[in-house]
Design a protein around this ligand. Structure first.
Ligand code: FE2
Length: 219
């Protein structure tokens, strides 16, 4: 179970959590955003124990649960059970994929099961993504994991080479729609990126993003 860490003072917290992927232990990252009125958004929820729940409750009231990507929905129901009054927002397509999840709202405009919804926290210029960018390499705190090195170096060629998740690279769906979305995201001129898999990025953001997404941006 991960530890809740304050990332932007009194505004953003992050929490790493274990996930199984291709037979190995990988990690994801939950982001908790505090709105001006003190309400909390839990972005990409993970499993939490009572201790972490107490820490979250000390920050504010969990009002919104967000499943932002088509692969980031595993712990939504756990979180809902802990926060019965919170509203749930799903990435378009998840309402089909996970018909067992009760939800209040669908994010975005038009459903496409491959979509991920990017969030931008204006006060801190923080972009919050899940699988649209992975940043795994020598600086990653879990980089000693040999299986992880094998997959990311040899198979995916994404070691020290941030890119979208392999499952996204295999098929972007409607490239024009994705391209428009990525361009809009670049126009936010974020100064940092919280992502699910890998180290948080806090410099050269647009350069890293446009390099990572170049195949779609140049399409
Ligand atoms: Fe992911």
């Amino acid at each position: 179970m991960g530890q809740l860490t304050e990332y932007i003072k009194d505004q953003i917290w992050v929490l790493e959590y274990p996930v199984r992927f291709a037979g190995m232990d990988l990690f994801g990252r939950t982001t908790i955003l505090k709105l001006e009125n003190g309400d909390l958004i839990v972005h990409d929820p993970c499993e939490i124990d009572d201790l972490v729940k107490e820490e979250i409750d000390a920050i504010g009231i969990v009002k919104y649960i967000v499943a932002p990507g088509s692969y980031h929905h595993l712990f939504v129901t756990d979180f809902q059970q802990k926060y019965l009054n919170a509203e749930t927002f799903l990435c378009p397509g998840l309402e089909q994929k996970r018909q067992d999840i009760q939800f209040d709202w669908i994010l975005g405009n038009k459903p496409d099961h491959r979509w991920e919804v990017a969030f931008f926290h204006k006060p801190s210029k923080t972009l919050i993504l899940v699988d649209l960018l992975e940043n795994i390499g020598d600086d990653y705190q879990h980089s000693a994991n040999l299986l992880l090195r094998f997959w990311w170096k040899i198979v995916f060629r994404m070691w020290n080479n941030p890119k979208a998740a392999p499952e996204y690279q295999m098929g972007w769906g409607n490239k024009q729609i994705v391209k428009n979305g990525l361009e809009k995201t670049l126009n936010w001129n974020a100064e940092r990126v919280i992502l699910a898999h890998g180290e948080i990025i806090d410099n050269n953001v647009n350069k890293i993003l446009s390099t990572a997404w170049r195949k779609v941006l140049n399409a």
